[in-house]
Design a protein around this ligand. Structure first.
Ligand code: EPZ
Length: 427
């Protein structure tokens, strides 16, 4: 199996350019199902999840040409299936993002129920309730969701219990061809939602208010038409490198994203003592003094993003006093903390709260990636730990970070991917 080995004690310096956003690219790919023809997506990250979404689209009959690594030409004219297979949904729950597009194009869909994952149950009840309000009928059997629209899709007002990113996206896409106006209230406001709405409007849809809590979609009868679209920069990949520079030194310039998409994160990092100079599509990060401990609570955008929680905990674990991190989005997203404790961190978990007492040093250890962001944060901790840190289960990291080791090496880190024998399973 492959692991990432990090030798601590080497400060970071230089510049790194992030890719297009994983959490936008996957939905933009799904949305191409709504525009029969060849859509070209540029600035697509070359990561495992994108490859899985490619398999989902090909399973349905799409043809995909990869041009120059970060450009996909997706031809959905021959798509003749409206079903996603369990083994692909099980690999990646974001496959459920095809639900809205399939209902829009075919008026029906069969999507495997996504399983849970390490960070929580990941239900889709809000997707289902919202789509039922539009007239979708659901039968769930043998782990598959069978969706039909016996009376078509009819616009209405849907108020989400929680500003769910996935539910907002599926409702936005399903309502593109609904009769009349659909209003999504308490909608998610993430920049990836705005990127998807921009793509849909470029294709001929009429989506207003994306980025605000109220999104209005005016149903159109014509098919959407294929376009060329550039994926928005990945604010979470960028935030990960900003946090790493804040922990391991700097100055590091992180390029390819919009600092305004990390508004609250950069503000909190400055309160923690990082020096951040914002520029067009970039920011430069350094730190002179100690890391100041401050409380953090995760919330939907523009609140503090849950996808930056582990990386921020890593910083605060070396804070100058104590603080509380509250995780309000997922029910089980503190596994990273248990691994970081193996490296000497002093963290106590109490339900949705993590009480973090800053320590001077981490010590290198063998640790296991609990999920995508936790894995990246363990490599981050290894950058400043005494000795060598070995991170396993790095397939989690490969799901969302392209050329992660190469980018870190380019910044002066001593990091490498190493093939090691699978651990002996002792009975
Ligand atoms: C998206 O997941 C992202 N994934 C996640 O990023 C991100 O953490 C999350 O949004 C929040 O920002 C992709 O875009 C592929 P939600 P999503 O619907 O859409 C509960 C990463 O690391 N919920 O906003 O699944 C849900 O269980 C990943 O890149 C319901 O209960 O997030 C969670 O606790 C991790 N019922 C909370 O709401 C529903 O019907 C937020 O989920 C839907 C969601």
């Amino acid at each position: 199996m492959e692991v990432i080995k990090v030798e601590g004690g080497h400060p970071l310096g230089g510049e790194v350019t992030v890719e297009g956003a994983k959490n936008s690219a996957l939905k933009l790919m799904a949305a191409t199902l709504m525009a029969p023809g060849v859509t070209t997506l540029t600035n697509v990250p070359n990561i495992a999840d994108v490859h899985v979404m490619g398999k989902v689209l090909k399973y349905m009959g799409a043809k995909i040409d990869v041009l120059g690594v970060h450009t996909l030409k997706i031809d959905t004219s021959e798509v003749d299936k409206w079903e996603t297979p369990y083994h692909l949904v099980a690999q990646m729950r974001a496959s459920t993002a095809v639900l809205g597009p399939l209902l829009s194009r075919f008026g029906k869909a069969i999507v495997a129920m996504p399983g849970g994952c390490n960070i929580g149950a990941r239900k889709i009840d809000m997707h289902i309730l919202g789509l039922e309000a539009l007239g979708v009928k659901f039968d769930i059997d043998h782990g598959n969701i069978h969706a039909t629209t016996p009376n078509g899709l009819n616009g209405t007002v849907v108020t989400l219990d929680f500003a769910s990113v996935g539910a907002t996206e599926n409702l936005m896409m399903a309502s593109v061809h609904a009769k009349g106006i659909t209003t999504i209230d308490n909608a998610a406001r993430e920049p990836e939602i705005v990127d998807l709405a921009n793509l849909l409007n470029e294709m001929g849809a009429k989506v207003r208010g994306a980025g605000s809590p109220v999104i209005e979609v005016e149903g159109v009868s014509e098919d959407l038409h294929p376009v060329e679209h550039r994926v928005v920069g990945d604010r979470i990949e960028a935030g990960t490198f900003v946090a790493m520079a804040g922990l391991a030194g700097g100055p590091v310039t992180v390029k390819g994203f919009e600092p305004v998409h990390l508004g609250l994160v950069l503000k909190k990092f400055e309160l923690m003592g990082l020096n951040i100079v914002r520029g067009p599509h970039q920011c430069t990060v350094s730190r002179k003094g100690s890391i100041h401990s401050i409380d953090i609570q995760t919330l939907p955008f523009p609140g503090f993003p849950t996808d930056m929680q582990a990386q921020t905990m890593c910083l605060l674990a070396q804070g100058d006093s104590s603080c509380v991190i509250t995780e309000n989005v997922f029910e089980n997203r503190f596994m990273f903390a248990s691994e970081l404790q193996r490296m000497g961190a002093d963290i106590r978990i109490e339900g949705h709260h993590a009480i973090v007492h800053g320590v001077q040093k981490f010590s290198g250890a063998e640790v296991k990636s609990p999920d995508l962001r936790g894995g990246a944060a363990l490599v981050m901790a290894g950058l400043v730990a005494d000795g060598v840190t070995t991170v396993s289960d790095i397939h989690h990291i490969d799901r969302g970070y392209e050329r992660f080791v190469q980018k870190l090496t380019g910044l002066g880190a001593k990091v490498e991917r190493v093939e090691v024998p699978d651990p002996e399973i002792v009975d």
